[in-house]
Design a protein around this ligand. Sequence first.
Ligand code: FAD
Length: 376
Amino acid sequence: MTISRATFDLAVVGAGILGLSCALAAARRNLKVVVIERSPLAQGASVRNFGLISVTGQDPDTIWPLARRTRDVWEEMAAKAGIAILQRGVWIPAQRLESAAVLEAFIRTETAEGCELLSAAAALSRCPELQTRGLQAVLWSPHDLRVESRAAIPALASWLAREHGVTFLWETAVREADAPVVQTSRGPVAAGMVVVCPGDDLETLFPEQIKAAGISRCTLQMLRLESPGFVLPGTLMSDLSLVRYGGFAELPEAAILRRRLLQDQPEYFQHGIHLLVAQGGDGRLVVGDSHHYGAAPVVFSEERVAELLLEEYRAVTGRPAPAIRERWMGTYAVAQGRTVLIEAPAARTRLVMVTSGIGASTGFAIGEQVITDLFA
Ligand SMILES: Cc1cc2nc3c(=O)[nH]c(=O)nc-3n(C[C@H](O)[C@H](O)[C@H](O)COP(=O)(O)OP(=O)(O)OC[C@H]3O[C@@H](n4cnc5c(N)ncnc54)[C@H](O)[C@@H]3O)c2cc1C
């Protein structure tokens, strides 16, 4: 059986954000592209995430440059593919003197360009939803964007098919990904080059390379809450984010904050929780997340994680959390100390995995790098 008689310049395995990013970069070079996805629609991390295109506080050497380029491509694609940018910018209220010290150090760094460190009073006039008690200072950054991923990813795939003639083979699992013939569950596909973007599937394609790179999985718990009755003027974080994102966490001041948070909120560290509150067009809030690491994805959600997230929401907004309307789990590939894996298991094949849980914020830039390298 042959599912496509065409010969493609590039076959991309996986229709998550990384696969679509590679397809976009190749299509822009007028290459003939096929995307092969085992599910009827993308269902992996790319549609389960916050949809936060996160620039602020990202590691200045590794993630930040990728995130800035990726953010610009999201802006462009949003306009072209009809993807709504639902929020612009991030608010990080410092609830402790130690977190204010981290923000004061951050604002002096190069990556803080365009950000503002506001007094509590100045911040409240622009973001009145913040808890006032104990508020020391607030960082406002205009750089980050937020999309609703479960709408954005299908919209991007449809646009690639419509505008660039990218072929999508859904419900088609790839069993062998060696150019010039990709073996799939529905027959062979001919392609000059192959890029494999398998997300957190660590077992099907190139498992030896993935194991050798020390890649494992991270499971996250997420909540969608009823609309709180107000509009957040940006995505909200808390002190916990300042010991998580490298651009903050690597500052010397963050070590002092970490010690304080470990004393105040030890359970949050046990579950790898930091708070992100994003808002959709319908007013509902996406609230997360936790991080549990291991070879196998965690399949049972812990109610205590949801309780802790809602407590932190209360601490940051000073208001009770609205009712939970949806819960879900997500998993991504992770490797200690590595942002992205780009391997060449064969001359005309690339294996590409974001291993730092930040693929929505880095994918477009990584796709451009991979395609430039392959077709240079
Ligand atoms: C809960 C959660 C919140 C997150 N929040 C953010 C955020 O706000 N900002 C951010 O930047 N990042 C965030 N991330 C991380 C980000 O979502 C991931 O880094 C990114 O989606 C990875 O994209 P991907 O395309 O590599 O993987 P995926 O989206 O998992 O896609 C991989 C695809 O490959 C397919 N596939 C695998 N093997 C085969 C095969 N053999 N044949 C055919 N198809 C195959 C799978 O079915 C899947 O559709 C979050 C992740 C999670 C889970």
